[in-house]
Structures are given as C-alpha cells and as structure tokens.
Design a protein around this ligand. Structure first.
Ligand code: M7G
Length: 182
C-alpha cells in the first residue's frame, strides 16, 4: 500500500514558446497524491538546472492553476528567493527539492494557506517562490516565510521578501515592493 500525502499535487512545466500565449505555454505534466508517486515523478524529470533558460516548473495543489488569475491565488502573493547567477549549479536544485518537500510534507503550521511553488530558470538569475493564498493573513504569511528561511538554511543576512501578486501585475518599474520580509 502506498503512503498517502495530505493533499494531491500537480506538476506544471512552462516552455517559453513566443508564438503562443503565456497561459498556453503552461503544460500540466502529472498529478500525484502518494509519497511513492511523488518520487517516481521527481526521479523521472530533469532537474531545474538542466531546463532551457526561460522555462519554469510549478508545483501546485491539484485544482489550482499556476497563475495569478486562479481564484486561489488572486488575493495572495509569493515569498521570493532570487538567486545570483553563480548559484545555479550549487543551490538551485537543492532549494527546489527542499521547497517541494516542505510543500508535499505540509511542513508549515499554515499549510492550508500554501497554493504552490514556482522555479523560474532565467539567464538574469533564477528565482524560486512559494505562493500563498491570502496576503492579508499576516501571521500565516510570516510563519511560512520564517519556516522556509529556516528549512532552506538561508543565511540570516539574506532577505526573503513577500510580494503581492497584485503588485507584481501592476508593477511599472523594474522592482516590485516587498510587503513582508523575513
Ligand atoms: P515571470 O515568468 O514570472 O518572470 O513573468 P520573468 O520576468 O523573470 O520571466 C514574465 C511574464 O510572464 C509576465 O510579465 C507576464 O507577462 C507573464 N506571466 C507570469 N505569470 C506568473 C503570469 C500569470 O500568473 N498570469 C499571466 N496571465 N501571465 C503571467
């Protein structure tokens, strides 16, 4: 008998094909709800560091699309970890796996608030983020941010910031403000 997870999850892959819309480039890879099915999927796919630049993986609770517009995400935001270019090879895959394990293992007190996580593989620097449902739920947002920083062994001097999706969508300059930091 397989070991059930608390939630069912879906892995998405974003391929940067400029002839198609952003939404159409989000491809559902597969869903799982047991520990064993998670590992067989994980062991079968390329690590994020080997994806072409411009690609993403997203892992979201089953039923939530990996986009701002989904009703589960639209009032939320993301804890953002921006990596330096030189961190791809030592850190990216480890951070992504640690984040996935926090999600599927429901490591947070407020796991209900977690919608999913995204890794963006980018030439200008990779990004990893955890998306939560309600940006106004400050105690839950902060608990999730603190736990992430701890679980990923992020040094205290590195600031993790939380951005509202609303601000990311409306941003005019090149930077989106942080509504919370840990
Ligand atoms: P990104 O891939 O999150 O970061 O956003 P990047 O700038 O490092 O590549 C790039 C672009 O993808 C955005 O400016 C939007 O045009 C589009 N995009 C990203 N996200 C997360 C969404 C989304 O949730 N919904 C929609 N409609 N477009 C998005």
């Amino acid at each position: 008998i397989k070991h059930p997870l608390q939630s069912a999850w879906t892995l998405w892959y974003f391929e940067n094909d400029r002839s198609q819309s952003w939404e159409k480039n989000q491809k559902e890879i597969s869903s799982f709800q047991t520990v064993e099915d998670f590992w067989s999927l994980y062991n079968h796919i390329k690590p994020a560091s080997e994806l072409r630049q411009g690609s993403d993986y997203s892992l979201f609770k089953k039923g939530i699309m990996p986009m701002w517009e989904d009703k589960a995400n639209k009032r939320g935001g993301r804890w953002l970890l921006s990596l330096e270019k030189k961190q791809r090879s030592p850190d990216l895959d480890r951070y992504w796996l640690d984040i996935i394990l926090c999600l599927v293992g429901e490591a947070f007190e407020n796991s209900d608030e977690v919608c999913g996580a995204v890794v963006n593989v980018r030439q200008k620097g990779d990004k990893i983020a955890v998306w939560t449902a309600d940006s106004q739920n400050s105690s839950a947002v902060l608990e999730i941010g603190r736990k992430l920083k701890d679980r990923l062994h992020i040094p205290a001097r590195v600031v993790l910031g939380y951005q509202l999706h609303k601000d990311t969508i409306e941003k005019t300059g090149s930077v989106t403000k942080y509504s919370y930091t840990v």
